[in-house]
Design a protein around this ligand. Structure first.
Ligand code: HXC
Length: 518
């Protein structure tokens, strides 16, 4: 009894010590930078009272050489554990910047690795709430080896459990590769940043002045590099958005995504869809207006909204079930496929395929973006990623051709011969090897050169091409699509196609892995 009492005292003392560690002063330090504390983030993420911490009392390893000082602390600067998010099991780690800058020593790394392995074994998503100065300098190569283990675990779990990184402070140096390897990266504006080499090195090497935000802030990664998929103005909204985002995903690759009730307010027969495409084929429209008239109300969640906006990607629900939407956006560069939109689309398609999320493709694309810059930067190599991703995907794949489907882009956007399951076209569809202007310029080059009135002749020929060639009926009659449909019945057609595909089964020949063009 005495012994138990003695141990109990030691136990309560440790608990008191850990409480003191998370002091109001430390919280104030974080708050003064517009950031929440690691615990506040955990509390926001998990359903109330469900988070169970693991390894709270581990202490940092010693340091191999006398340089700097490793602070004694409980937990070694990271909180790890599991709990429920929207009622489902989720693992998470939250780095604590107030302890040695959230830097990653070997014990810190082992804690993360431990829950990575648990999440994989238990088939549950893992979230990293990252706020760290990177590898702990004092611990030298041990901390590098810790990162390597974390990377290895992410790669082993890729395609098996969803892995999401939320950047809520610094992510610098090689440490950026941990988020980069995960499926999705969330960032908070102005308080988070990611870069391989910071502003000081940029100044030293290139003599360029740049701020943290300009070099690797959320906006930069969401708009220009494509590293960040989702960005929000503050941490609370970032975490709330993450919870909503998780509700679309299955816990692992052998489960189906959760099904929610559809409020039934988007009708199966929806005449509004007849009025979105303008009469003038050269006029743009917003494909998101089409998406929102097809999917369940308020269910569309756009991913990578700011990056490569000529292609729209996002999750939605149809009759309560998650789908992945890939749609050309005529409002931006006429919906053209370029290097960035191809890589954006390919990555999204591969995620959906890994996690049993059927794909809906809405097509209105004039082709690949021409130009020296695109050719020299590898549009051939990057465009091939879209082809590869669509063709490789075995989830249900449905296409609706809304308007333009020209050339290679017709093939790429989930055509039947690339393994598309159902292909519908609206009467406004233009399916041909190329657009009218290009076709006339090539086939009637001599006639146009010799004509007294080339503009008039061109106009006539373009009209003829539109009437005879650039329509959905040739493809329909020859079976290259399945059906020309009234736009109003689009939701109904997709729903019944998805229902027919419920038990879709594809046998893929065994191989180590395909060789996707990278
Ligand atoms: C040990 C670190 C640290 C690190 C920060 N700290 N980074 N301790 N190892 N990597 C400590 C600081 O000494 C300080 O301790 C406290 O954390 C807060 O840091 P500050 O510099 O005061 O904060 P701030 O001004 O906000 O600047 C944050 C920062 C800066 C921009 C992240 O600390 C910084 O540049 N850190 C180094 C970033 C970096 O280059 N990391 C290595 C990346 S390479 P005190 O005691 O004063 O409070 C890498 C390799 C991974 O990670 C390999 C994978 C392949």
């Amino acid at each position: 009894m005495d012994l138990l009492g003695k141990h109990y005292k030691a136990f309560t003392e440790r608990q008191e010590a850990i409480k003191k560690q998370y002091s109001p002063e430390q919280a104030a330090k974080q708050h003064s930078k517009g950031k929440l504390t690691a615990w506040e983030r955990i509390d926001l993420l998990f359903d109330s009272g469900t988070f169970e911490e693991i390894d709270a009392f581990v202490t940092p390893a010693g340091q191999p050489v006398e340089f700097g000082k490793v602070e004694k602390s409980f937990g070694d600067g990271v909180i790890v554990g599991h709990g429920k998010v929207n009622g489902r099991l989720v693992f998470a780690y939250a780095q604590d910047f107030t302890i040695m800058g959230g830097s990653l020593g070997i014990v810190h790394a082992k804690k993360i690795a431990k829950i990575q392995e648990m999440a994989l074994k238990m088939g549950s998503p893992i979230i990293g709430l990252i706020d760290s100065g990177g590898a702990r300098i004092q611990e030298g190569v041990a901390s590098l080896s810790g990162y390597a283990t974390i990377f290895q675990n992410i790669i082993h779990s890729s395609g098996i459990i969803p892995q999401i990184s939320v950047i809520m402070g610094p992510a610098a140096g090689g440490a950026v590769y941990s988020p980069a390897l995960t499926d999705f990266v969330f960032m908070t504006n102005h308080t988070s940043y990611m870069f391989v080499t910071g502003p000081n090195v940029v100044k030293e090497v290139l003599n360029e002045e740049v701020t943290f935000d300009q070099l690797g802030g959320a906006e930069v990664h969401a708009r220009s590099s494509g590293v960040a998929h989702m960005i929000y103005d503050d941490e609370e909204n970032t975490i709330l958005a993450l919870k909503k985002f998780l509700s679309y995903l299955p816990s692992n690759n052998v489960e189906n995504p959760p099904v929610v009730a559809d409020d039934g307010t988007i009708p199966d027969i929806n005449p509004k869809l007849r009025d979105i495409i303008p009469d003038d084929p050269y006029k743009a429209y917003d494909v998101k207006d089409v998406i929102t008239q097809i999917v369940d109300r308020n269910s569309f969640l756009e991913i990578s909204e700011l990056f490569a906006p000529s292609l729209v990607t996002g999750f939605a629900r149809l009759k309560g079930k998650t789908i992945g939407v890939v749609a050309n956006q005529p409002k931006v560069l006429a919906g053209v496929l370029d290097i960035n939109s191809s890589t954006k689309g390919a990555r999204f398609i591969r995620f959906c395929d890994a996690f049993n999320i059927p794909l809906l493709t809405l097509e209105d694309v004039p082709g690949f973006l021409p130009g020296v810059d695109q050719e020299h930067s590898g549009i051939i190599r990057h465009g091939a990623k879209m082809l590869f991703a669509y063709s490789e995907a075995t989830v249900p794949k449905i296409t609706v051709i809304l308007r333009k489907a020209y050339g290679g882009a017709f093939i790429v956007m989930n055509s039947k011969n690339l393994g598309g399951d159902f292909s519908f076209a609206w009467p406004t569809a233009e399916i041909a090897v190329m657009g009218p202007d290009g076709a006339v310029a090539i086939l009637y080059r001599r006639e146009l050169a010799n004509s007294k009135n080339p503009d008039e002749l061109k106009k006539e020929l373009v009209k003829k091409y539109r009437d005879k060639v650039a329509n959905p009926f040739i493809a329909d009659e020859s079976g290259y699509i399945d059906e020309v449909i009234d736009p109003a019945v689009t939701r109904k057609k997709i729903a019944s196609a998805l229902s027919a595909l419920n038990n879709k089964w594809v046998k893929v020949p065994s191989r180590k892995h395909g060789n996707m063009p990278l």
